[in-house]
Design a protein around this ligand. Structure first.
Ligand SMILES: CC/C=C\C/C=C\C/C=C\C/C=C\C/C=C\C/C=C\C=C\C(=O)SCCNC(=O)CCNC(=O)[C@H](O)C(C)(C)COP(=O)(O)OP(=O)(O)OC[C@H]1O[C@@H](n2cnc3c(N)ncnc32)[C@H](O)[C@@H]1OP(=O)(O)O
Ligand SMILES: NC(=O)C1=CN([C@@H]2O[C@H](COP(=O)(O)OP(=O)(O)OC[C@H]3O[C@@H](n4cnc5c(N)ncnc54)[C@H](OP(=O)(O)O)[C@@H]3O)[C@@H](O)[C@H]2O)C=CC1
Length: 299
């Protein structure tokens, strides 16, 4: 019975890995009409689905990450699916000058920026004792410094004078201890603090800063890297109250809510979207340790 109910509530997540083949509106189709969203990591996974759902709601997008060929391909599919504009731009969130150039180009082409989605991240599973200093630093630089760098550039160049909306993509692994994840958990916990500090400091300038904290989300690189397929096969997600992994469309809907006027009195909030996973004591530690010790190659 519970399983049947969860299935009924599941929004569409069908189609190629890139774009949906069908879509049922939950929000008004013109919720983001003629707004412009800058989405880091928008060329794949959750970021790509956020771009698609935003565009289906009338928004133009800028998708920004390191691999321009991948972004161009994604932009083509996004425009075809939605009829809106999508600008692919090459940035490394660790390099502020690359963000400055991309934000300048965005303002030149679109005239404004209304929404920033800090979605880019790096992760893998690794025991703390095997993690090199550089590996820890790399994840902190992409996830935490990258979120700060992009927020600061967009704020200084546009939001400071015009207001705007920032949504950071966090992770509920930041809320509890989890084996093999000290790097990503530390980075996301820092980002949650950043969400609150910037909400306080930039609120008077009309800038709202919120976050979505996903649990395991299928059909993504993060899911693959953390052993998600193995966990699905072994029914490990049954320990989650909703007894399944989430999907990308569900994360896009949470992000759309926080990025739109639907949440106009919210700032500094972290919206947990993990099927209740972080609340339960049953967890995946032994399974993750099993994966790590059974593989000689890195995940
Ligand atoms: C899925 C379900 C799993 C678990 C949950 C189960 C149950 C649910 C119950 C509750 C939990 C609730 C939630 C948890 C669920 C999900 C997980 C949460 C977060 C997920 C986050 C993400 O998914 S992030 C997105 C994933 N995508 C990517 O990572 C793509 C981008 N990545 C990269 O570019 C690289 O991988 C990079 C991050 C390493 C950066 O690349 P680069 O800058 O080129 O750096 P390198 O020079 O390659 O490397 C730098 C140092 O890092 C070392 N390194 C690299 N890879 C590894 C590895 N695999 N293991 C260890 N170390 C590594 C590398 O050697 C370098 O260090 P040196 O010292 O050698 O210089
Ligand atoms: N999937 C999951 O189960 C969960 C995911 N999350 C979060 O969701 C978000 C999306 O993850 P997901 O969709 O799974 O994974 P993806 O690997 O598909 O997304 C990560 C994106 O970040 C981009 N990126 C990585 N490093 C950089 C960088 N230095 N500069 C610019 N862009 C960069 C990548 O593009 P490129 O390589 O081309 O640069 C890629 O598009 C992340 O913040 C992740 O932490 C949180 C909890 C669970």
């Amino acid at each position: 019975m519970a399983e049947a109910k969860a299935k009924q509530e599941l929004p569409e997540d069908v189609g190629s890995d890139d774009c949906l083949t069908s879509y049922t509106y939950i929000y008004s189709p013109d919720l983001l009409k003629d707004q412009v969203a800058f989405i880091t990591g928008g060329g794949s996974g959750i970021g790509l689905r956020i771009a698609e759902v935003f565009m289906r709601h009338g928004c133009d997008t800028v998708i920004a990450s390191r691999n321009l060929d991948k972004l161009k391909e994604a932009a083509k599919k996004l425009c075809a699916a939605s009829g809106r504009r999508c600008l692919p731009v090459c940035i490394d969130v660790r390099q502020p000058e690359s963000i400055v150039a991309a934000v300048d180009e965005t303002i030149k082409q679109f005239g404004h920026i209304d929404i920033l989605i800090n979605n880019a991240a790096g992760n893998f599973i690794c025991p703390a004792s095997a993690l090199s200093f550089n590996a820890f630093r790399t994840v902190m630089e992409i996830d935490t410094m990258g979120t700060f760098n992009t927020s600061k550039v967009v704020y200084e160049k546009w939001f400071k004078d015009h207001g705007g909306n920032i949504v950071n993509i966090s992770a509920t692994l930041a809320y509890r201890g989890q084996a093999l994840q000290v790097h990503a958990g530390s980075a996301k916990a820092a980002n949650d603090a950043m969400t609150k500090h910037l909400a306080v400091e930039w609120g008077p300038n009309g800038v709202r800063v919120n976050a979505v904290a996903p649990g395991p989300i299928s059909g993504t690189e993060g899911f693959r890297r953390l052993g998600g397929s193995h966990m699905e096969a072994t029914e490990s997600f049954r320990s989650i109250p909703l007894q399944r992994a989430g999907n990308k469309t569900e994360m896009a809907h949470c992000t759309l809510f926080l990025a739109s006027r639907a949440s106009s009195y919210m700032t500094g909030a972290i919206m947990v979207a993990d099927g209740g996973a972080w609340l339960t004591s049953a967890n995946d530690v032994s399974m993750l340790l099993g994966i790590a010790s059974s593989k000689s190659a890195r995940l």
